[in-house]
Design a protein around this ligand. Sequence first.
Ligand SMILES: Nc1ncnc2c1ncn2[C@@H]1O[C@H](COP(=O)(O)OP(=O)(O)OP(=O)(O)O)[C@@H](O)[C@H]1O
Length: 238
Amino acid sequence: MMETIISIKNLAVNFPDKQVFNDINLEINRGDFLCVVGDNGAGKTTFLRTLLKQLKPNQGKIVNHAQTMGYVPQFRNIDSEYPLSLRNFVALGLTTSMRPWLSRLEKHKLTNILAETELTSLANIRLGTASGGEKQKAYLAQALVNQPELLILDESTANLDNVMKYELLDLVAHYRQVHELTVIFVTHDLPLAKQYGTHYLLIQNGRGVTGAMANLDTTQLMASGENQIACGEEHLNV
Ligand SMILES: Nc1ncnc2c1ncn2[C@@H]1O[C@H](COP(=O)(O)OP(=O)(O)OP(=O)(O)O)[C@@H](O)[C@H]1O
């Protein structure tokens, strides 16, 4: 049976000089892969910040049953002098305790996630010397090492080359399938959204349109700019 993990009702967020969106209604089930799409400035980050309780909605409510969450930001390079090994960087996602050592369970989780993200052979390299794609995989492993129920990918494939984008999302897709992970992916990349997402939330003109990914007609949404999404809602086949 479907289990609702996040329920969003009648959500509206405004800034003093800007009404960002209103009346977003959405049920996210455990194991869903929701892609949040929309033009620059449409309100995707505002939606995420509201979900993360950094912003209080002006109206409506979000009930989030996920107890644990992982977060992968947009790729930003790590300095070549960065001193931690890849393994120790991933381990930063494990614990908030002040212990300087890992428990047996934590070591087990670390070994498993390095294997599941195909990083085992790179575990002892200094992260600063890793390639961009390897660094982003390390961010993914850090976000997953504590076995979260919900993973947020915040434009995590932007700035990666085409091969690496798919490698990263293949790992996410595989992990999701094995562990029934729920994923929220904010992206401008419609082909990726189409390939990996099960559902979408399109924020456009202050409204949220939702549906099964199969019903998102991306050909109608593509704009001339590489990273833009633009179309009238009337083009949507939902
Ligand atoms: N703290 C704020 N105060 C006032 N306006 C804001 C604030 N944060 C965002 N906005 C405005 O709200 C709108 C939505 O911004 P948001 O960053 O959520 O869009 P986005 O869809 O994530 O855009 P992008 O794809 O460019 O990252 C924009 O017009 C932005 O200028």
